[in-house]
Each structure stands twice: as structure tokens, then as C-alpha cells.
Design a protein around this ligand. Structure first.
Ligand SMILES: N=C(N)NCCCC[C@H](N)C(=O)O
Ligand SMILES: O=C(O)CCC(=O)C(=O)O
Ligand SMILES: [Fe+2]
Length: 332
């Protein structure tokens, strides 16, 4: 459960990352300390920074800088990648096109999802079927992002092995039917500065909130945010908004709805929002590590036992949860 946390903890997960494929992981004292910190952070805030993650800073920065290059393009160029139901909701959305709780958000973005081939998941997958739409310039945009997705996938699998231990379960607790074949989402997001009125990219956006309060949908999110702008805010149990100010070299990592269900609420998917009050356009690339697309997610027995013995949440099929969000996320 979220608490009245006032700041977001920072965890050096180096020992876990180095040893994550070692079958004796659980016996390592440095790993045990990381696991203890993960448990505390997940219980208290559902948000934490990670260092020692092993993804080179040069890669993390390049991902943001080529994203910024894309957002700098003329609107007409960006529109060539326009997202629609026909593209499987993959591609570019202009400022104000994404809505959160009925209000248009002050951000533009490219949404990408793991490929779903026609018929792969039957009716469950149909809405999300399609291939991603990548900018053609710079030519290596696609390769760079795909490489980044692979690194993030690998990192999240390792963090989840730590979380499995934190919950007192076996190392592979989230593999197999849960996330042995994890789905992923990548959102490349730009948050304009708040001001001007008659920009054609922002027809009717009277809102100055970059992204309204929401929870993420899957297991774990990795936020790669600009180093010099504080905009992401996390809500604590008293309703206070705690800033996740950038800490260079780290990712902000947070828990999604599927991990809340699996843990029977021991860990919560914490509400967060984004407000860019700075004088600079903000770039963020958010990677979402999800369960298998067709996973039927239910509270894990071990977590039910640890939380009083009663199931607090109904089960959910991840793909259904995603589709129910995605089809309501856009005004098009
Ligand atoms: N895949 C994820 N988590 N995307 C987060 C987007 C949050 C905003 C969205 N309009 C909403 O209301 O959910
Ligand atoms: O821009 C950010 O810092 C976070 C974005 C976010 O919460 C999301 O896309 O789900
Ligand atoms: Fe989010």
C-alpha cells in the first residue's frame, strides 16, 4: 500500500543485475540487501529510482536526443506516422489527442507495441494487431529503439526476479504463464511548454497538465526522463504530489496494475501525473514491461497468504485490460 512517503527511494540494483542468472542468487548477501530495499520501496511508494542497471548512459541519452529530433520536425512530417484504429493504435498522436479521465493531455507521443501478427491471439489481440510506425529519419531510429527495448526487457526481467524474492517466492515466479513471453509498450513522449494559444498543433488544449493522473497497466515501467526538468509527480496516501525529480544516470521504475493484482495489493500501482512547468520542451521515453499478452492474472497464493488470506482483486486478462484503456485513450 502507498504510504505518506515524502520522497522516492533510490536503489543500487548492481548486485542483482550482475548475478541475476546465478541460481544461488538468493544466498548472496548483497543481493539480499537489494531485495530488502525493493520490498520496502514497493510497499511504501510503488516508485523507486534504479542505478547500477547496466544500461550505458550514452544509450539512455541518445534515446532521448533522437526522440527530441523527431518532435522538432514540422507537424506535417510527424503526421505521416499518425496513429489510428487501423494502425493498431501504433504511431504518432498530436498534442491533445491522448485523453486521461476525459481531459486532453498536453503531450504528443509515438506509441509502439510488441508486434502482434494477424490472428496471433484471436479476438483478444485483434485491436492491437499491426506493425510499429517508425520515423524514417534518422535512418537508424528503428534499430536504436528496438535495441533499447531489448535492453529494457532484459533489465525488467532481472528486477522482477528480485521482486519475486522480495515476496518470498521462487526466482521464476513471474515467468512461464505470467511473463515468460512478456508484452511491451514504448511511449516516446514530448511535453510542450505551457503558454501560447493559437498553435495549430494545440488546437483546443486549454489544459496545462502534460499527462493526467493515471496508473500504468502492466508489471513495471522504466522512465527515461530529461535530466534538467522536474515534471513527474507521484501521489502519496495523503493526496500529496511528490516530485520524481530527475536523478542523472537512473531510471524511475514503477509498478503497474498487473503487479498490483498479482501481489494482492501488497504492492500498489501508484497514481502519477506529469506537469511541465519549466521553460523547456520535455522529452521522456517510457518503457512498459507487461505480462504475456494473453496472461490471465490473479492474486498469487503466496501473496494472498501474506496479506490476510482473502483475495482483494478479481482476476484480469492483460490484453483485455490494455484494449479497454487504449480504445478510450484518444479523441481522433
Ligand atoms: N501504457 C501506459 N501506461 N500508458 C500510460 C498513459 C497514461 C495516459 C492514458 N491516457 C490513460 O488514461 O491511461
Ligand atoms: O513523462 C513521464 O515522466 C511519465 C509518463 C507516464 O507516466 C506514462 O506515459 O505512463
Ligand atoms: Fe504512467
Amino acid at each position: 500500500m502507498a504510504t505518506d512517503f515524502k520522497s522516492i527511494p533510490l536503489i543500487d540494483i548492481g548486485p542483482l543485475v550482475e548475478k541475476s542468472d546465478d541460481p544461488n542468487l538468493a544466498e548472496d548477501q548483497r543481493v539480499a540487501e537489494v531485495v530488502r530495499q525493493l520490498d520496502k520501496a514497493c510497499r511504501e511508494a510503488g516508485f523507486f529510482y534504479v542505478t547500477g542497471h547496466g544500461i550505458p548512459d550514452s544509450v539512455v541519452k541518445e534515446i532521448r536526443s533522437i526522440s527530441r529530433q523527431f518532435f522538432d520536425l514540422p507537424f506535417e512530417e510527424k503526421l505521416k506516422l499518425k496513429l489510428s484504429a487501423a494502425t493498431g493504435y501504433r504511431g504518432y498522436q498530436r498534442v491533445g489527442e491522448n485523453i486521461t479521465k476525459g481531459v486532453p493531455d498536453l503531450h504528443e507521443a509515438i506509441d509502439c507495441y510488441k508486434e502482434i501478427k494477424p490472428g496471433m491471439y484471436g479476438d483478444l489481440g485483434e485491436v492491437m494487431e499491426g506493425r510499429n510506425q517508425w520515423p524514417s529519419d534518422p535512418p537508424h531510429f528503428n534499430k536504436l529503439m528496438e535495441g533499447y527495448v531489448n535492453r529494457c526487457t532484459d533489465l525488467c526481467r532481472k528486477i522482477l526476479r528480485g521482486i519475486a524474492l522480495a515476496l518470498g517466492g521462487p526466482l521464476d515466479m513471474f515467468e512461464g504463464n505470467i511473463a515468460g513471453d512478456p508484452f511491451w509498450v514504448l511511449r516516446i513522449i514530448g511535453y510542450p511548454i505551457v503558454c501560447h494559444s493559437s498553435d495549430k498543433e494545440m488546437p483546443d488544449v486549454k489544459n496545462d497538465v502534460g499527462c493526467g493522473a493515471h496508473t500504468d497497466y502492466g508489471l513495471l515501467t522504466l522512465v527515461n526522463q530529461d535530466d534538467d526538468i522536474t515534471a513527474l509527480q507521484v501521489r502519496n496516501i495523503d493526496g500529496e504530489w511528490i516530485s520524481a525529480a530527475p536523478v542523472p544516470g537512473t531510471f524511475v521504475c514503477n509498478i503497474g496494475d498487473m503487479l498490483k493484482i498479482l501481489t494482492n495489493g501488497l504492492y500498489e500501482s501508484t497514481l502519477h501525473r506529469v506537469i511541465n512547468k519549466s521553460a523547456k520542451y520535455r522529452v521522456c521515453v517510457a518503457y512498459f514491461y507487461e505480462t504475456n499478452y494473453d496472461a490471465a492474472v490473479e492474486p498469487l497464493d503466496i501473496c494472498v497468504q501474506k496479506s490476510g488470506g482473502a483475495k482483494k482483486f478479481d482476476g484480469a486478462v492483460y490484453g483485455k485490460h490494455l484494449v479497454s484503456k487504449v480504445v478510450n485513450n484518444f479523441v481522433m
